[in-house]
Every structure is written in C-alpha cells, then in structure tokens.
Design a protein around this ligand. Structure first.
Ligand code: SAM
Length: 229
C-alpha cells in the first residue's frame, strides 16, 4: 500500500500553499493540441483547472485509489470531466498520442531508482507526438534545509517528522500517527541524463513557475523538455 492511501485525507490541506504552479500548467495546456496527460494526478489539483479552463481532454493517472477517489469527488464538485485512471506511471502505455505530458508537484521524486525514472521518461516520450512536451517540477536538494529539519518535528502544514538518508538521496516524511512518504532527490545532471536516454531535448529550465531563469539560488527545477519533431 502506498503512503498516499493514508496521506490522501490531508493532501489538499498539505498542498494548499502550492498555488503558483496552477497558472503555469494551465498555460502550457492551453497551448497544446489534443489530450493532456498528468502523471500522478493526485486529487486533481492541476488537472481539474486545466479541464475547466481549456476544455481539453485530460487523462490523469495515479497509483493510489484513495487519491483518485478524491480526484473524482473534486471533479464532480467542479462539474468537469477528467479521465482518471488507476495505474503506475512506470507502466504508462497510452493509445492516445499527446502534445503535453506533465508531472507536477515533485511527484517524480517518489520514484526510488534511476531505472524507475528512466522507464517513466521513456514511456512519457513514447506517449508524445513529435514536437510534444514533457514538463515537470522537483525541488532542488538544499543541504541547509536538510541540516535544519533532519530528525525534527514540524507543525506546518500538518505535524510531521522529517528524516534524511543521504546515502540513498532520500527524505522520509512521516505524518504524526500516520504514513511515511519517501522522496528521492535528483540532481541537475541526472535530469539531463534522463532526457538524454529518453531522446528528449531540454527546451527550458526555470527556477520557479513565473519562468524566472534557473540559477544557483533556485530551489525548484521547472523543466520543459521536447520530443524532437
Ligand atoms: C505530491 S502528489 C502530486 C499530486 C498532483 N500531481 C498535484 O500536483 O497535486 C504525488 C502523487 O503521486 C502518486 N504516485 C506516487 N508514485 C506513483 C507511481 N509510481 N505511479 C503513479 N502515481 C504515483 C501518489 O499516489 C500521489 O497522488
């Protein structure tokens, strides 16, 4: 059982501070043609505004039935249709060719190994039309932040404990009385390596969703990769 089965009831509250990404992903979807695919759609935080604002078909894939149940509720509440499918992004195999595949809110960091990430990149590339884009964001590992929070409890946005396993590039987040979620951080050169092996070209790297250039002070990778036409 994925940690998200237990995390689902608090997810929307947990993610409530992350709002800057919505306009960014909606804007990309408005430029795309045909269906938009969101890997790890969660509760529909991004897919629902895309469907509402662009009218595009949105296919959302997630491995957690509890997260998908909330996405279904949220979509019904917004009176919009999102094509929600249970599945593992490592097994992505779509009939529909897409102009845009997205993976927001650091969800690729739930993949534990290089092989898992490589599979997702290869499958996302296969799902794209020539010229189509794969877009994702992920935090930049920050040793200052890790030193401050390793082995500590934090109260916001929900009380949780953070523990770093540097030898595995991993941070474990445990909700009080609840499940543990693990994230494996990825370096700049690894992201480039993944695009390289999957046959994608980096078309932009931003430091935040306002499209500011990525630099040494950036704490978020916002990548836009393109499948060559
Ligand atoms: C941080 S949430 C992101 C949700 C959504 N994309 C958003 O922006 O709010 C991570 C999601 O990834 C899903 N997930 C984790 N590993 C997955 C995998 N291998 N395949 C599909 N979904 C996965 C979890 O179930 C969870 O819903």
């Amino acid at each position: 059982m994925s940690g998200y089965e237990g995390f689902a009831p608090v997810y929307d509250e947990w993610a409530s501070d992350m709002t800057d990404d919505v306009e960014f992903y909606v804007g990309l979807a408005a430029e795309a043609d045909g269906p938009v695919v969101e890997l790890a759609v969660g509760t529909g935080r991004i897919s629902i505004p895309i469907a509402l604002r662009t009218g595009r078909q949105v296919i959302g894939i997630d491995s957690s039935p509890a997260m998908l149940a909330l996405a279904r509720e949220n979509a019904a509440g917004a009176n919009v249709e999102v094509d929600l499918r249970e599945g593992d992004m490592r097994d992505l195999d779509l009939v529909e060719a897409s102009d845009l595949v997205i993976c927001p809110y650091r969800a690729l960091l739930h993949l534990p190994t290089w092989l898992d990430r490589r599979r997702v990149f290869e499958r996302a590339t296969r799902a794209l039309r020539p010229g189509g884009r794969f877009v994702w964001n992920a935090f930049v590992f920050d040793h200052h932040y890790a030193a401050r929070y390793d082995g500590k409890w934090q109260d916001e946005p929900k009380r949780h404990f953070t523990q770093y396993a540097s030898g595995d590039n991993r941070v474990d987040i445990t909700l009080e009385g609840g499940p543990t979620l693990s994230l494996w951080w990825v370096t700049h050169s690894e992201w480039n390596g993944l695009m390289d092996v999957a046959g994608l070209e980096a078309s932009a790297l931003y430091g935040w969703f306002d499209r500011r250039p990525f630099d040494d002070a950036s704490r978020e990778f916002v990548w836009v990769a393109r499948k060559p036409a």
